[in-house]
Design a protein around this ligand. Structure first.
Ligand SMILES: [Zn+2]
Length: 283
């Protein structure tokens, strides 16, 4: 049973919302700089991520990486780490708070505390036309977590070993010579690349719908620091109906690494870690 609303309930609800963070205070997105850097860049590596699997890739600071749809609509779950210190990793919650529930060109992917700096900047997005649809859904969310075998067991009662969480764990373990349990501790909330999601209008529950991505679509990132990435081709495929099983049609994804021409990044500097003193006290 709900509580009885106070007499001034309407008044309390009618106060103006305030955007929580003044994101216009972070260094502005310098479109010209990234466009110029891309112009004469060269593709130096390609990684194919098989369906229901994950692969890692390394991107040096100052290079671009693209995640490309190749054979059919497919969602990708992306993890990012500082290549030299895995404790600094993508901070989905703060990225959402600073930018929005869904990210696109000009948005940054921020790292965890105590570093809090851009790991990567989104520099192209062929799905930026989508915006928010009539259901309130958008593409490339930072609100989901990743499909995982624990939630699958909780809700479905069965074990499934190719959820994104497990795929990312196996890929990281293979890349860094870790045991699965060592690697699992580093796997974190993802950026859901190409995934189309939102919150229901009435109860604000997380929903997904078929991704609008088609072969040839891509999203491009600029590595602001040396990065280790891992991408899982989600067992949900285009995430139009189900995940955490072998039911959905799944396709591979491609990761391309592009290196700008020498000198085309004049004026760019890799961002420093946060300069907060770390005292946490006035004493
Ligand atoms: Zn998944």
């Amino acid at each position: 049973m709900s509580s009885v609303p106070p007499v001034d309930a309407a008044e309390r609800r009618a106060v103006e919302p305030v955007v929580v963070y003044a994101v216009d205070r972070v260094p502005a997105y310098d479109r010209d700089l990234y466009e110029k850097a891309r112009e004469a860049s060269t593709k130096i590596e390609e990684v194919i991520v098989p369906p229901r699997e994950a692969r890692t890739f390394e991107v040096a600071a100052g290079c671009f990486f693209r995640i490309v749809s190749i054979e059919g609509p497919q969602v990708g779950d992306l993890n990012l780490w500082n290549a030299h210190d895995l404790s600094e990793r993508f901070f989905s919650g703060k990225t959402r708070a600073l930018h929005a529930t869904h990210v696109s060109t000009g948005d940054r992917l921020w790292s965890t505390l105590p570093s809090l700096r851009p790991l990567a900047t989104i520099t192209r997005d062929t799905l930026d036309w989508y915006g928010f649809d009539a259901d309130g859904a958008g593409v490339h969310d930072v609100i989901g977590t990743r499909c995982d075998p624990y939630t699958q067991l909780l809700l479905g009662g069965t074990e499934y070993h190719h959820c994104c969480h497990s795929n990312l764990t196996r890929a990281l373990a293979g890349a860094r010579g870790m045991t699965l349990s060592e690697a699992e501790r580093h796997v974190h909330d993802v950026m859901n690349v190409f995934m189309c999601t939102g919150y229901t209008r009435d109860t604000h529950r997380y929903f997904m719908k078929a991704s609008p991505v088609r072969p040839g679509d891509f999203i491009e990132f600029f590595a602001e620091i040396d990065l280790l990435g891992a991408l899982s081709a989600c067992p949900g495929g285009d995430c139009s109906s189900t995940h955490s099983s072998d039911t959905a049609h799944c396709y591979p994804l491609k990761v391309e690494i592009w290196r700008p021409r020498e000198g085309d990044l004049a004026g760019w500097r890799s961002p420093n870690r946060s300069r907060y003193s770390g005292r946490h006290s006035d004493k």
